[in-house]
Design a protein. Structure first.
Length: 267
């Protein structure tokens, strides 16, 4: 690999004009995303297109450049992949892919013509039949030409049907354990084979409603209990002197006398 092949990069530098990107609303999480991990969003159409492109040639490695932009949400870095540019004119073999001067020139032209305002977010390449990982050659490319915090590597093994993303974390290139697949609003998201949809988390708004209902129930129960206590405390007490007792009945000569005497005799 000749270092001069890469001197016309970087297309993804900070000089590219920024535009305000919003986090896609119709997105499905795949895998688990840890604290501090890059939040990667990639369009479902792009995933299927790159998958088809990767299967086109199984004799040698192929690749492309991922384009889009980055933003932040709740202090977390997010990369939104909105397109890709084929890595044409690259030197490829069954075990390596080298970007030439012509490759970078082509990507630069395509970026300006088709993806104005976007930047390079990383690269994708294939490993036909030998798994998903970054070789020493791949690491050289990632560390020297895709070394910004939002830049990733995407590896596809079209023979085994395996795929994986790699990104920067704490200054090191590490596998990404999760990412987001997005589509247009109202569009059903179709994941690639082997991709597992993460369990949906309860929405914050719903949790607030549950808490509000619980607090209201507690308040009503307390109010009801207080009302019962007040009612009991204010109820008039019966006057025992107004009701004749057993002795009074006996002395009055009323029918209760016989009943009283009979009971006493029986004791």
């Amino acid at each position: 690999m000749n270092q001069e092949d890469f001197e016309i990069t970087f297309l993804s530098g900070e000089e590219a004009p920024r535009q305000q990107w919003e986090i896609p609303k119709n997105a499905v999480q795949v895998g688990q995303i840890g604290q501090g991990d890059l939040r990667l969003y990639i369009g479902q159409d792009l995933l299927h297109q790159m998958d088809a492109l990767a299967s086109f040639d199984l004799r040698r490695e192929t690749g492309c450049f991922l384009v889009g932009d980055y933003t932040t949400q709740d202090g977390q870095l997010c990369a939104i992949v909105a397109g890709f540019i084929e890595a044409r004119y690259a030197d490829a073999s069954s075990a390596s892919l080298t970007f030439t001067h012509e490759t970078w020139q082509y990507v630069s032209e395509q970026l300006e013509e088709r993806f104005s305002g976007m930047r390079i977010l990383g690269w994708q390449h294939t490993h036909p039949g030998y798994g998903v990982f970054l070789s020493q050659h791949d690491m050289f490319i990632q560390e020297n030409f895709f070394n910004l915090p939002y830049q990733i590597a995407y590896v596809i093994d079209p023979v085994q049907g395996h795929r994986g993303f790699f990104g920067w974390k704490q200054g090191r290139v590490m596998p990404l354990s999760g990412y987001y697949v997005f589509g247009n609003l109202g569009e059903e998201i179709h994941l690639l084979p082997g991709a597992e949809r993460a369990p949906e988390k309860p929405k914050k708004r719903r949790r607030w409603w549950i808490l509000l209902v619980a607090l209201l129930a507690i308040f009503l129960a307390a109010a009801t209990a207080a009302t019962i206590l007040i009612t009991r405390s204010e109820a008039p007490q019966g006057n025992n002197s107004s009701r004749p007792g057993m002795m009074e009945l006996a002395e009055s000569g009323q029918p209760g006398e016989a009943l009283f005497d009979t009971r006493m005799a029986g004791w």
